[in-house]
Design a protein around this ligand. Structure first.
Ligand SMILES: NC(=O)c1ccc[n+]([C@@H]2O[C@H](COP(=O)([O-])OP(=O)(O)OC[C@H]3O[C@@H](n4cnc5c(N)ncnc54)[C@H](OP(=O)(O)O)[C@@H]3O)[C@@H](O)[C@H]2O)c1
Length: 257
C-alpha cells in the first residue's frame, strides 16, 4: 500500500488524481483550504474504494500552510510515496491590471510552495530510495504570456533540473503540462470560456491517467494529449518574439476573457 499527497485535491485536476489513485488502491492525504469539502471528499473516496484518506487543511499562499504540508511530507513514520503539487489558480487581466498582491500570491502558490514541498518530499523519498513528484504546470509554460505562464515555466525548468540532480536516487520528478481542462479554474478567476474552441478542451480524468502513465514511463515533462503535443512542437519552431505576438493575439481572440 502506498500513500499519495495531493494539493488542490477537491476540484478539477486534483480531484481527478484523487479518484484515479483511490481506484488503484492508494491511501491519500488530501490538501486544500476548504475543510468541509475535503472531509466530504475523504469520506466518499473511503466509502467507494476502501482506502484511507487523511484531510489536511492548508492555504499554500501562507507560510504556515506550506509548513504544515511540508511537515506531513517529512513524517518518516507515515511516509508519502507520491506528491502531486497541483494547487493553483489564474488571475484575470493583463500585466499591470492585476493587483501586485494577487501576482505575489500566485508566485507563492505556484513556485514557492512547489519548491518547498518538492524539497520536503524528495528528501525523505531519497532516503527510502523511491518516490515520485508530479508538479502541475501548463502548456502556458512554453509561450511568453503573463505571470501565470512565467510561473508555470519556472515549474517546468525547476522540475527538469531537480529530476536531473536526483537521477539514480529512485525519486522520479515530472512536470505535467495540460492545455485547457474543464475544471473550476476559469470560473474561479472570473474568466469567460465561450471563445475557447471545443476541440481545445481536455478531460481532467484522462489528464490524470495519462500523467500517471507518463510518470511510470520515466518522463520528466508530460504534455498529456496529442493535440497539444503537436501545437507545442510547432511552437518550438517559431522565434520567441513572434510567438509572443502570435499567442497574445490568438489568446485575446480565443483564450479566456
Ligand atoms: N484548468 C485548466 O485549464 C488548467 C490548464 C493547465 C494547468 N492547470 C493547472 O492545474 C492545476 C489545478 O487547476 P484546476 O484547473 O484543477 O483548478 P480548480 O478546479 O480551480 O482547482 C483548484 C484546487 O486548488 C485548491 N487551491 C486553490 N488555491 C489554493 C491555496 N492557496 N492553497 C491550497 N489549495 C488551493 C482548490 O481548493 P480550495 O479553494 O478549497 O483551496 C482546488 O482544490 C493548477 O495548478 C492550474 O494552474 C489548469
Amino acid at each position: 500500500m502506498t500513500t499519495a499527497l495531493i494539493t488542490g485535491s477537491t476540484s478539477g485536476i486534483g480531484a481527478a488524481f484523487a479518484r484515479r489513485l483511490a481506484a488503484d488502491g492508494h491511501d491519500l492525504v488530501l490538501v486544500a483550504r476548504d475543510t468541509g469539502r475535503l472531509r466530504e471528499q475523504a469520506t466518499e473516496l473511503h466509502d467507494r474504494h476502501g482506502i484511507e484518506a487523511e484531510v489536511l487543511t492548508a492555504d499554500l499562499a501562507e507560510d504556515a500552510g506550506i509548513e504544515a504540508v511540508a511537515g506531513r511530507l517529512r513524517d518518516r513514520k507515515n511516509p508519502v510515496d507520491l506528491l502531486i503539487n497541483n494547487a493553483g489558480f489564474g488571475n484575470k487581466g493583463r500585466f499591470l491590471d492585476v493587483p501586485m498582491a494577487d501576482e505575489l500570491r500566485m508566485l507563492k502558490v505556484h513556485c514557492e510552495a512547489v519548491l518547498r514541498l518538492t524539497s520536503a518530499a524528495a528528501e525523505t523519498m531519497r532516503e527510502r530510495g523511491r518516490g515520485g513528484v508530479v508538479n502541475v504546470a501548463s502548456v502556458a509554460a512554453f509561450v511568453p504570456r503573463g505571470t501565470y505562464g512565467a510561473s508555470k515555466a519556472w515549474v517546468v525548468q525547476f522540475t527538469q533540473g531537480a529530476a536531473k540532480d536526483l537521477a539514480n536516487s529512485g525519486v522520479r520528478l515530472m512536470a505535467l503540462c495540460p492545455g485547457f481542462v474543464r475544471t473550476e479554474f476559469h470560473d474561479r478567476a472570473g474568466m469567460g470560456t465561450d471563445n475557447i474552441p471545443k476541440w481545445m478542451w481536455l478531460d481532467a480524468d484522462k489528464v490524470a491517467t495519462t500523467a500517471l502513465a507518463d510518470l511510470a514511463r520515466g518522463k520528466t515533462v508530460s504534455i498529456p494529449d496529442p493535440r497539444y503535443k503537436t501545437l507545442m512542437g510547432a511552437a518550438k519552431l517559431v522565434p520567441r518574439g513572434m510567438l509572443g505576438t502570435l499567442t497574445s493575439r490568438t489568446g485575446r481572440k480565443y483564450g479566456p476573457q
